[in-house]
Write a protein that binds this ligand. Structure first.
Ligand SMILES: [Zn+2]
Length: 82
């Protein structure tokens, strides 16, 4: 169970693949939240719904934690880039 959770959480990092559709591919001063399709507010609401549903709870949790770390990133971006 623990191993399975570990791989599910690892798998949630794949949401960053949506960065591949952005130009430029990587921009250190760009806030992911609200910019990339899988980091949009609608997507975050969907992740929260997944978290509330027991069968997809771990995936939802992983995705929400990912959004939280990206949001923390945005705070530093605001302080250092503008
Ligand atoms: Zn991300």
């Amino acid at each position: 169970m623990l191993i399975k959770s570990y791989f599910i959480l690892l798998f949630t990092m794949l949401v960053d693949l949506d960065h591949l559709f952005a130009t430029p591919l990587f921009d250190a001063c760009r806030c992911s939240i609200g910019f990339h399709p899988l980091h949009s507010y609608i997507a975050i609401i969907a992740y929260f719904a997944m978290f509330l549903y027991p069968k997809t709870r771990i995936i939802g949790l992983g995705l929400l934690m990912h959004m939280a770390t990206d949001a923390i990133d945005c705070v530093f971006i605001r302080e250092n880039c503008f």
